[in-house]
Design a protein around this ligand. Structure first.
Ligand code: SAM
Length: 258
């Protein structure tokens, strides 16, 4: 990471941007630059980097969510929803009463999502907004999902409080995120693959290794399964559980606003 990023105002609290420490006021701008750069190739790169595994992980999230299949209205908020991959899956797996709102801070990512969502009509909508200060009323949604979004945020606690606020009592929270590998040997192999091969793949396919290096490094800075559980509980959620996927390369955390 460059000198320039490391040397932000020393009086500012620090946030991690990949392996670098940056002023809290700078992190979101840097994250936004990454997603503006990767948006057009985002879905292709997801498939290449994970060998298609991200599809299975997202399907796992949707099956644990078990969205309603009836005509009864069901409102999903997919935060940091990007190109709409999770929201589209939820809508496909639900009944005719389901509607999904994709909320993301990146206009570029949502532009790709809007093109993908043609044909789904009014069941999907896109709202630009920050996960840490959501532009929605209290007690508005039956479910809140966030996939591979949490680790990009500056203030996890604020985002979790917002998730709790916008959910109806009885509402469900589900977060899919890269996590800590809990299988010996797989952790070493995964480290070697992700820290070396993924930036190289980013360079080859998208001409951009820096953005992909950030995406990999940010995984190492995210709390592990148990510590993230505690943060979710601290935001007021109950019945907090998690499931490891592929030995803990990723994990889904589930919780309820009761
Ligand atoms: C790795 S992508 C995940 C996209 C999608 N959920 C998926 O799984 O394919 C992370 C997304 O988080 C969004 N993001 C980053 N910071 C955000 C914030 N503060 N509020 C809302 N979205 C944010 C980015 O713009 C990007 O679209």
């Amino acid at each position: 990471m460059s000198e320039d990023l490391e040397s932000s105002d020393p009086t500012q609290p620090k946030a991690s941007f990949g392996f670098a420490r940056v002023g809290e006021d700078r992190k979101q701008g840097l994250v936004n630059e990454v997603f503006a750069r990767v948006a057009r190739r985002y879905d292709l790169m997801n498939d290449l980097m994970s060998g298609g595994l991200h599809r299975l992980w997202k399907n796992d999230l949707v099956s644990w969510l078990a969205p309603w299949k009836s005509v009864v209205p069901y409102a999903l908020l997919d935060v940091a929803g990007g190109t709409g991959d999770v929201a589209l899956r939820v809508v496909e797996a639900s009944g005719p009463g389901a509607r999904a709102v994709i909320c993301d801070i990146s206009a570029e990512m949502m532009e790709v999502g809007r093109a993908r969502a043609e044909g789904v009509g009014e069941r999907l909508s896109f709202v630009r907004g920050n996960a840490e200060v959501l532009p929605f009323a209290d007690r508005n949604f039956d479910a809140y999902t966030i996939a591979f979004g949490m680790r990009n945020l500056t203030h996890l606690e604020a985002a979790l409080r917002e998730a709790f606020r916008v959910l109806k009592p009885g509402g469900r929270f589900l977060c899919l995120e890269f996590s800590s590998v809990e299988v010996p040997l797989l952790d070493t192999l995964y480290d070697a693959y992700s820290l070396n091969a993924i930036p190289a793949l980013g360079q080859l396919v998208a001409g951009d290794s820096t953005s992909y290096r950030y995406l990999v490094e940010s995984i190492r800075r995210f709390p592990d399964q148990k510590n993230f559980m505690r943060l979710i509980e601290n935001a007021g959620f109950e019945r907090v559980r998690y499931r490891n996927l592929t030995g803990g390369i990723a994990a889904v955390h589930s919780a309820w606003r009761l």
